[in-house]
Design a binder for this molecule. Structure first.
Ligand SMILES: NC(=O)c1ccc[n+]([C@@H]2O[C@H](COP(=O)([O-])OP(=O)(O)OC[C@H]3O[C@@H](n4cnc5c(N)ncnc54)[C@H](O)[C@@H]3O)[C@@H](O)[C@H]2O)c1
Length: 380
């Protein structure tokens, strides 16, 4: 198959493109090489030439670049995106332009016809769920009780150090459960809102045009090749730099907040499976490990993966727009794509730490990113 991968020079692309090439596909990458990700002088991109993938430097915000990129293609994996959740809250037009307008231009070109594209795969994000799914703790209903999707935690609640969302109707305490694809979506950041808009654009256009699609809602993706220099994304990158510099790891809230960490090779496998299925899934599919890991636990495990004694401090700080817990229900991943995540967190952190050790030691940029958020009163 001839597959266009937008944003294919990035982290996920650097695992997906070689995998697609190994599976015998022809691959073309369309990527701007955004300086925030790749540096002012892009580096570390030798892998692209090694795979034999074709590279077009260009933007999904340019109709002419999309036109060129789609020529002769049969499938599109749409990864190109601005990805910093915190940054999206004050660079709103930039995020909307790249993520929403970029997807709109892609779908416009597909709607115009005269192309051979039969499938579009979108990299969406778990952020579209907002806080995700919970059940009430004060009933005997158990996991089959009514599902509650609480609104984003208010600034007032966070100031009062009330970390856990509560039932919006009764104020009852809640327990997080694995979020399913048909749970309510409730974006709480501009980034999340643009990802949900991307989903709607792809689903509605593809349904109308008779093009197959799959929307993969990725959880917290980590692994070798993730940007160590971008201060706006990737808790594991930020922590790894601090561990290497012998600095303490500041843990927000009370450290019990959790994330579903999925290794990038499992994510690449999911895109390849979605591209190669005989029938398009025409569905939204969570891609995660299905397991919640607290931020404290991941900070400790990562420190050990670097052979360092964990040195953590729970600061009680918080960021507006952050969610409390995240864990995906991954039944559809298995049912539709036939996949069970293969890389455990310990194995994945070991691989990540091994790779980080081969990379130049970046400046610690955590203070800078936090100062930007504090200046905008988005952190407490
Ligand atoms: N990494 C994660 O944890 C995660 C989680 C959920 C969803 N996602 C989604 O997966 C996709 C890929 O993420 P990633 O982690 O590889 O990010 P990344 O930042 O490493 O890669 C994104 C790539 O897109 C390129 N890009 C940015 N704007 C572009 C434009 N206008 N035109 C063309 N290329 C452009 C960048 O240069 C970069 O190479 C994104 O859509 C992201 O929203 C990632």
């Amino acid at each position: 198959m001839k597959i266009l991968v937008t944003g294919g020079a990035g982290f996920i692309g650097s695992h997906l493109v070689p995998l697609l090439r190994d599976h015998g596909h022809e691959v073309r990458i369309l990527d701007t090489l955004s300086p925030q990700i790749h540096g002012e002088v892009p580096q570390g991109l030798d892998w692209m030439a090694r795979t034999g993938a074709e590279f077009l430097r260009g933007s999904v915000t340019s109709a002419a670049d999309i036109e060129k990129a789609l020529d002769g293609m049969e499938a599109v994996v749409h990864l190109a995106s601005e990805t910093g959740t915190g940054q999206s809250m004050y660079e709103i037009a930039r995020y909307t332009d790249a993520n929403v307008q970029g997807t709109a231009l892609l779908m416009d070109r597909l709607a115009a016809g005269g192309h051979g594209v039969t499938r579009v795969l979108l990299a969406s994000s778990r952020s579209v769920y907002g806080e995700g799914a919970y059940i009430r703790r004060d009933t005997t209903d158990g996991p089959d009780g009514p599902r509650i999707t609480p609104p984003a935690r208010s600034a007032e609640a966070l100031r009062a150090r009330q970390w856990d969302p509560v039932c919006p109707e009764t104020g009852a305490p809640l327990t997080a459960v694995p979020t399913r694809e048909d749970d309510r979506t409730a974006p709480s950041s501009i980034y999340a809102a643009t990802k949900l808009m991307q989903e709607d654009l792809v689903r509605i256009s593809c349904d109308t045009l008779g093009i197959g699609y799959a929307i993969l809602r990725l959880q917290n993706v980590y692994g070798e090749g993730q940007s160590l220099n971008n201060p706006y994304t990737g808790i594991l990158s930020i922590f790894s730099t601090r561990i290497r510099r012998g600095l303490q790891l500041p843990i927000f809230e009370d450290g019990a907040e959790s994330r579903d960490f999925v290794h990038v090779s499992d994510v690449a496998a999911a895109f390849a499976a979605a591209a190669e299925r005989a029938d398009p899934a025409n569905a939204v599919i969570n891609v995660g490990s299905g397991r919640a890991t607290s931020v404290r636990e991941v900070a400790e495990s990562l420190s050990r993966a670097f052979g360092a004694e964990p040195d953590l401090t729970v600061t009680g700080q918080y960021r507006l727009g952050d969610i409390r817990h995240n864990m995906a229900d991954v039944s559809r991943l298995k049912e539709i794509l036939g996949l069970t995540p293969a890389v455990s967190l310990d194995e994945g952190l070991g691989r990540f730490a091994g790779w980080v050790g081969t990379q130049p030691l970046p400046e610690d940029q955590l203070e800078k990113a936090n100062a930007e958020l504090a200046k905008r009163k988005m952190m407490g």
